[in-house]
Design a protein around this ligand. Structure first.
Ligand code: HOZ
Length: 436
C-alpha cells in the first residue's frame, strides 16, 4: 500500500496541530509510521486519501457498533441538521434520548448529557464528591477515564502508549486526591479504603477495562467492589464509555448484574457524534444543578444533531436483540481464527474478549491486571500491526488499546482478517522458530 497523500497531509498537519493530530491515540507514536488520513467509510471498511481500502477494527474507538455510515444514523443527522445544528434551548430529542437510555440501562433513573466521555466521567466524580461530601476517589492503574486532570494518574490509553501515564500539568493538589489500586485486586482496594477511612467519595472503574487492551473483571471483582463501597460509604461509578451499549444492551450493569451508583457513557451513545452522558438513581442525581448544588453544564450538551444520531443507533440496538447475539458470534469467530493462527506460528500470545471487545497481548497469560498488560511485547506488536496494515487491516495503533468488532464484520471480513494474520506471521517467522 502507498500513502503519499497521507504522508503529505501529516507533514502539513504537524505545522499547525500538536503532533499532527487532535488526539494522541491516533498518532502512531506507539507503533511508528504515519497515521492515515481517511476520507469516508462504509460498514467495516474505511477509505483513505490515497484511495486505499481498510478493514477497520478501531470503529472510531467504539461508536461504530453497527458499522460506518449506518443508514438510519446518516438519515437522522441529515434531517435534524437541516432544521438547525443547535438552539441552546431544550428539545424533544433530549427527552427521547433520556427515555431510551434509561429504558436500556438497569438502575438508571436520570441522565445528563455531555459532549464527551471525558466530561461524563469528570462530572460523575464531581457528583460523587458533592453527594458524599468527601474529596478522594479510587481509580485503577491502566484504566482511562478521559483526560480530566484527576484521572491522569497511572492512566491507560494514549497516556500509557506515550509513556506519560501520570501527566505533567496535573497539580500535586489534584493528584493527592486520586488514589490508585490494582485492577482485579480487591485487597488493594480494601487497603486504600482502610488507610483513608471516611475520605473516599467513589471508586471509578471501567467494568471491562478497554484502555489497556481488553481486560475483563474477574469473577466476584465487581460484586466485591459493590460490597466495599457499601461498607465504606463510597459510591461505585462504572465508566461505561466503552462497554455501554456494546457488551450488552444494558452494558456491564446488565452483563455482570452489579448495580453501580453512577454510570458514565460515551462512544456508542453518540453514534460517532461528540456525545457523553452520566446518570444514576433519582436520589444521587438529585444533587445535580439546577435541582441541587453540584454545578454541571454545557452550551452544546444535548445537541440536536448529536441526539438524533445517538437515538437512531440506540433504537436499532434496543429493538433488535439479535444484534448482540450476532456480534458475540462474529467476535468469537475472529478470536478463534486468530488464536489458531498464532498457535500455528508458535507465537506466545494471551487474549481476552468480552462480546465485541478484544485484546491480544504478546506475552504469557492470563492477563488480568496492569502488571500483566505491561509484559506485552510492544515491539512485536508494532511489527504485527504494520504487517496487518500491509494486508489492508487497520488495528488500533497501540498494544494497549482494545479492538472493536462491528455488526458489519461478516464472515468474509473475519476470514480476510484471519488470512491476513496468517500471511503476516508467516513473514515474521520465515527465518524459522517462534516469532518472538
Ligand atoms: N478511549 C479512547 C481510546 N482508548 C480514546 C481515543 C482517543 O484518545 O483519541
Amino acid at each position: 500500500m502507498n500513502y503519499p497523500k497521507s504522508q503529505a497531509l501529516f507533514d502539513e498537519a504537524k505545522k499547525r496541530i500538536p503532533g499532527g493530530v487532535n488526539s494522541p491515540a491516533r498518532a502512531f507514536k506507539g507503533v511508528g509510521g504515519t497515521p492515515l488520513f481517511m476520507t469516508h467509510a462504509k460498514g467495516p471498511y474505511m477509505y483513505d486519501e490515497d484511495g486505499n481500502e481498510w478493514i477497520d477494527y478501531i470503529g472510531s474507538w467504539g461508536p461504530m457498533i453497527l458499522g460506518h455510515a449506518y443508514p438510519a444514523v446518516v438519515e437522522a443527522v441529515q434531517k435534524t441538521a437541516a432544521g438547525s445544528t443547535s438552539f441552546g434551548t431544550p428539545t424533544a430529542l433530549e427527552n427521547r434520548m433520556a427515555e431510551r437510555v434509561c429504558g436500556m440501562v438497569p438502575g438508571l433513573d436520570k441522565v445528563r448529557m455531555t459532549n464527551s466521555g471525558t466530561e461524563a466521567c469528570m462530572s460523575a466524580i464531581r457528583v460523587a464528591r458533592g453527594y458524599t461530601g468527601r474529596d478522594k476517589f479510587i481509580k485503577f492503574e491502566g484504566c482511562y477515564h478521559g483526560h480530566g486532570d484527576s484521572f491522569l494518574i497511572k492512566a491507560g490509553s494514549g497516556a500509557l502508549t506515550l509513556g506519560h501515564p501520570s501527566s505533567p500539568g496535573v497539580t500535586r493538589g489534584t493528584a493527592k486526591d486520586t488514589l490508585t489500586a490494582d485492577y482485579n485486586d480487591l485487597d488493594s482496594v480494601e487497603r486504600i479504603l482502610r488507610e483513608n477511612k471516611d475520605e473516599v467519595a467513589a471508586i471509578i472503574l471501567e467494568p471491562v477495562a478497554g484502555n489497556m487492551g481488553c481486560v475483563p473483571p474477574r469473577d466476584g471483582f465487581l460484586k466485591g467492589l459493590r460490597k466495599l463501597c457499601d461498607e465504606h460509604g463510597a459510591l461505585l461509578v462504572f465508566d461505561e464509555v466503552m462497554s455501554g451499549f456494546r457488551i450488552a444492551r444494558g452494558g456491564a450493569v446488565e452483563r455482570y448484574r452489579v448495580q453501580p451508583d453512577l454510570m458514565a457513557f460515551g462512544k456508542v451513545i453518540g453514534a460517532g457524534m461528540p456525545v457523553g452522558a452520566f446518570g444514576g438513581s433519582n436520589e444521587v442525581m438529585g444533587v445535580v444543578a439546577p435541582d441541587g448544588p453540584v454545578y454541571q453544564a454545557g452550551t452544546l450538551s444535548g445537541n440536536p444533531v448529536a441526539m438524533s444520531a445517538g437515538i437512531a443507533l440506540l433504537t436499532e440496538l434496543d429493538e433488535n436483540p439479535a444484534i448482540y447475539r450476532e456480534l458475540e458470534e462474529q467476535s468469537a469467530k475472529l478470536e478463534q481464527g486468530l488464536k489458531q493462527v498464532f498457535e500455528k506460528h508458535q507465537v506466545t500470545v494471551a487474549n481476552n474478549r468480552v462480546g465485541s471487545m478484544l485484546g491480544f497481548f504478546f506475552c504469557d497469560g492470563p492477563v488480568v491486571g496492569f502488571s500483566d498488560v505491561s509484559r506485552t511485547d510492544t515491539e512485536f506488536f508494532s511489527r504485527f500491526f504494520h504487517g496487518m496494515l500491509s494486508q489492508g487491516v487497520y488495528l488500533p495503533p497501540s498494544a494497549y488499546e482494545a479492538w472493536f468488532v462491528s455488526h458489519s464484520h461478516d464472515d468474509t471480513i473475519i476470514r480476510k482478517t484471519v488470512d491476513a494474520a496468517d500471511h503476516v506471521l508467516t513473514d515474521l517467522t520465515k527465518n524459522g522458530g517462534p516469532a518472538r
